[in-house]
Design a protein around this ligand. Structure first.
Ligand SMILES: Nc1ncnc2c1ncn2[C@@H]1O[C@H](C[S@+](CC[C@H]([NH3+])C(=O)[O-])CC(=O)[O-])[C@@H](O)[C@H]1O
Ligand SMILES: O=C(O)C(=O)Cc1ccccc1
Length: 241
């Protein structure tokens, strides 16, 4: 039934997903219930940051949201004179991230910046995190962002990249999508919520196949890439300069 009194939004009534104040309110719950292994990914990115951080350098958390990766990196940094620059283009996210970080003490300075990572100047970096952010950058801009990231990394520096990925063909993509949707059902999302979220993100989040990520990183110049996590269509990898 799709009459005016229908309680269900029709396809065209579903707005494109955006990281606004409404999303900020529910974000920790949303990402935990939507991304399999999110907590493990965040914790491990912190450990990898601790391993690869270099003294007198910058660490970046690009698309920081509420700062989960920033906090995880900060807990693990033991090198001297490091600073973390956390960047997001959502004003609502940045304001809540600044508030959130105030609740945690550390000697490692953090600067939370409202900015677009496609226009940001990066420099003197030992660690750069892109935790489920590149997927929201228009596909035609991704290589330029990654090239700037590579250029800003010191020798031995690392990119910590997590992404939702597309299957290598339609059959495997549908297999992964079905597994992911089952994961969401298991976490209490209804069929309608799963379907409406899929519609809401389809124009603003366009996953690449994992093979494309690996090939692009090698072509840009990263000497080594290693996938250290995959569950369904969610992956995390480290790329070393
Ligand atoms: N061009 C852009 N410039 C800056 N920020 C952007 C841009 N496009 C999107 N964002 C920001 O990238 C984040 C993507 S969420 C990252 C999760 C976080 N890393 C986490 O580990 O919790 C992923 C998700 O929710 O699936 C949002 O905060 C956007 O505002
Ligand atoms: O890929 C999905 O279906 C998601 O729900 C991932 C997600 C999580 C949080 C914000 C946007 C997309």
């Amino acid at each position: 039934m799709t009459g005016k009194d229908s309680i269900y939004a029709t396809e065209q009534q579903i707005k494109d997903f955006s990281f606004d104040e409404n999303v900020v309110e529910v974000f920790p719950d949303m990402i935990q219930r939507s991304v399999p292994g999110y907590a493990t990914i965040v914790s491990t990115m912190g450990k990898l940051a601790g391993q690869y951080a270099q003294s007198n350098s910058n660490l970046y958390d690009l698309g920081c949201s509420l700062g989960a990766v920033t906090l995880s990196m900060r807990r693990n940094i033991e090198k001297q004179n490091c600073q973390i620059i956390a960047v997001d283009n959502s004003k609502a996210m940045v304001e809540r991230c600044q508030l959130h970080l105030k609740g945690f003490k550390s000697d490692v300075p953090v600067n939370v910046v409202l900015g677009d990572i496609t226009e940001l100047t990066l420099e003197n970096a030992s660690v750069i995190a892109l935790n489920f952010t590149l997927q929201f950058i228009p596909q035609e801009q991704r290589e330029a962002v990654l090239k700037h990231i590579y250029a800003s990394l010191k020798p031995g520096g690392v990119l910590l990249l997590s992404e939702k990925v597309k299957g290598e063909n339609d059959l495997t993509d549908n297999l992964l999508i079905d597994l992911h949707h089952d994961f969401k059902r298991h976490n209490g999302y209804s069929e309608l919520e799963i379907s409406q979220k899929r519609t809401a993100i389809e124009n603003v989040m366009r996953p690449d196949p994992l093979s494309k990520h690996i090939e692009r990183l090698h072509n840009i110049g990263f000497s080594q890439t290693q996938v250290w996590y995959q569950c369904f269509n969610f992956c995390s990898l480290v790329a070393i300069k």
